[in-house]
Design a protein around this ligand. Structure first.
Ligand SMILES: Nc1ncnc2c1ncn2[C@@H]1O[C@H](COP(=O)(O)OP(=O)(O)OP(=O)(O)O)[C@@H](O)[C@H]1O
Length: 546
């Protein structure tokens, strides 16, 4: 007997069904599997469609692997081809035993496993070509759906072809279509299951048709990359120092109209504050279309402010930083507004100057309509004196001043931190409208995620001066490459009631802490308490007087 070339798994009922086409379809699939010299992997049953397909392979001299959970195993009844090999079969199913050891020359092997889950795992692992679903009951439905889910998740990448005998699977086809229409299954996800129709007129040829479809689909699925998650990827944080940048640009791109330039284009940027210092930014990438609202997420010291200041043209860097197609430092693109926290520290803005005079001194009268709108939103009193107001009130004046003149790119560096929640919410609404109505672009670095869930259109994560994806992640993430780039919820935060955005941000920062500790340990550095029990000189000195 020649060795088989490939294996394919068949899920089907352990009962024969009430129409003769069901058993005929099972036999047709079995014959086609043996003809192609594939091995059948199935649930090890000796009755119903399970026996129909395995008997057909055996009769045609092919290879069969049955996988049975221990609890369902029984000694092989006479009549089963495996009884000559002193093996076992599954007790599942109804109707008479169909298997006949005297009719066939194939090879039957049986594996007994501990659980239903292990059975599915083993069947999937043994079947390189994927799966065929024939008519069946709950067990078949469950197996079919789980194998498709595993492909969608990326646990494996294998096709599922359902043989739609007499329209048996047509309701499922409609159900999938409905789930696509209602947004529960993506268009790509719908491709993971294929249907081959047959009835009494063509059931004998159905086996060959279903195998051909499985082979076609297998090459499609493989070509489309892995599923939502790469389960073979080592779990846990990936060090950027070891090149852990996720290339989501491989499966998505930014579509630009003819003549349109990117609003922001940072490509593989490296930047050092001083030539003798290691770079504060390294392999930084940020590409944004006009109208984007991008949140810059990262731990303290990750490089967010540095990147924003470079985009604002405040520091000389190489020409890898471009805004509206222009070099930010040498060509000074117009329409760029940067608002950072340092403004409030300036002694001038804490002097005894009245708000109305202050706003006029920076040209507020030129943008009267926008200024008045902002005064309302930010709830600013024009008679306030700058030296006699709270930090939050001073911040409102700063925002009014900074936002009055229409901007095309707004760089916000944590300037909403001291606003009360109502003013912050109204301000975020205003900013969102600016991007939607005027096509303005916003990059916003913040550590406050309250009420931000639906604000961003993109997320960019910075770790140790590096952006961890080649393109910003679309938010909410739907592209599989973006979904795969999101971190899993940290176990410490599983029971917290977090918005999806805060959940992602917290998980990133927890990963960042581990990566940072590793990187710093390589340089002999360590954060946190020093528990070496060394007594410092000052401790020795002061303890004499305690
Ligand atoms: N003036 C400076 N001179 C030298 N190095 C600096 C200077 N400013 C920042 N850095 C370095 O650049 C790194 C990034 O700083 P940056 O201010 O961009 O971080 P950040 O992500 O904005 O942090 P935070 O959330 O605390 O505002 C810092 O860890 C620091 O080592």
């Amino acid at each position: 007997m020649p060795a088989y070339t490939d294996s394919i798994c068949v899920f089907c009922g352990s009962s024969p069904g009430t129409k003769p086409e069901y058993m005929a379809a099972a036999a047709s699939v079995g014959r086609a599997i043996a003809k192609r010299n594939y091995r059948l992997v199935y649930g090890g049953g000796s009755r119903g469609c399970m026996s129909g397909v395995s008997q057909a392979v055996f009769e045609a001299g092919g290879h069969v692997l049955g996988v049975i959970p221990q609890v369902m195993a029984t000694t092989v009844p006479s009549g089963h081809p495996g009884h000559k090999l002193n093996t076992v079969v599954s007790k599942e199913g109804t109707g008479p035993t169909v298997l006949n050891p005297d009719v066939g020359t194939g090879h039957v092997e049986t594996v007994v496993v501990q659980s239903m889950h292990e059975r599915k795992q083993r069947m999937a692992a043994e079947s390189n070509l994927g799966f065929i679903g024939l008519p069946g009951g709950y067990g078949t439905f469950e197996e079919v759906m789980e194998m498709v889910t595993w492909t969608q998740l990326g646990i494996h990448r294998k096709p599922m072809v359902l043989l739609n005998v007499n329209g048996f699977y047509s309701p499922l086809k409609q159900q999938i279509q409905l789930a696509v229409e209602d947004g529960f299954i993506s268009a790509a996800g719908a491709e993971l299951v294929s249907f081959v129709d047959c009835d009494a007129s063509n059931v004998d040829a159905a086996g060959e048709a279903v195998l051909a479809e499985a082979v076609r689909l297998a090459s499609n699925i493989t070509a489309n990359g892995s599923g939502y998650w790469d389960w073979n990827k080592p779990q846990g944080p990936v060090s950027t120092a070891e090149g852990g940048i996720i290339d989501n640009a491989a499966s998505k791109s930014i579509a630009l109209a003819e003549g349109e330039t990117l609003a922001v284009q940072v490509s593989d940027l490296t930047f050092s504050f001083y030539p003798h210092l290691p770079p504060s930014l390294e392999r930084c990438n940020l590409h944004l279309k006009r109208g984007s609202r991008c949140l810059l997420i990262g731990a303290n010291g990750a490089g967010k402010s540095t990147l924003l200041r470079l985009l604002a043209g405040k520091k000389l860097c190489d020409s890898k930083v471009r805004v509206f197609g222009k070099d930010v430092f040498r060509e000074s693109p117009s329409g760029v507004t940067y608002l950072g926290t340092e403004w409030a520290m300036n002694p001038v803005v804490r002097s005894d100057i009245v708000v109305s005079t202050f706003l006029d001194s920076v040209g507020g009268y030129r943008h009267k309509e926008r200024r008045d709108r902002l005064l309302d939103i930010l709830d600013v009193d024009l008679t306030w004196h700058m030296h006699a107001i709270s930090d939050g009130e001073r911040r409102r004046v700063q925002l009014c001043m900074g936002l009055m003149e229409p901007w095309d790119l707004l760089l916000l560096d944590e300037v909403t931190v001291d606003l009360d929640v109502q003013v912050r919410a109204d301000l975020l609404d205003f900013l969102q409208l600016e991007t939607e109505e005027r096509g303005a672009t916003i990059i916003y670095a913040t550590h406050i995620f309250d009420g931000l869930q639906s604000f961003p259109t993109h997320l960019a994560h910075m770790r140790l001066g590096t952006t961890t994806t080649t393109l910003p992640i679309d938010w909410p993430a739907t592209n599989p490459a973006d979904v795969a780039a999101l971190p899993p919820t940290a176990s410490a935060d599983k029971d917290r009631d977090l918005s999806p955005l805060l959940n992602v941000s917290l998980a990133w920062l927890r990963e960042d802490k581990v990566v940072r500790a590793d990187e710093e340990a390589k340089r002999g550095r360590k954060r946190g308490a020093n528990r070496q029990n060394e007594t410092t000189d000052s401790e020795k000195f002061f303890s004499k007087y305690d």
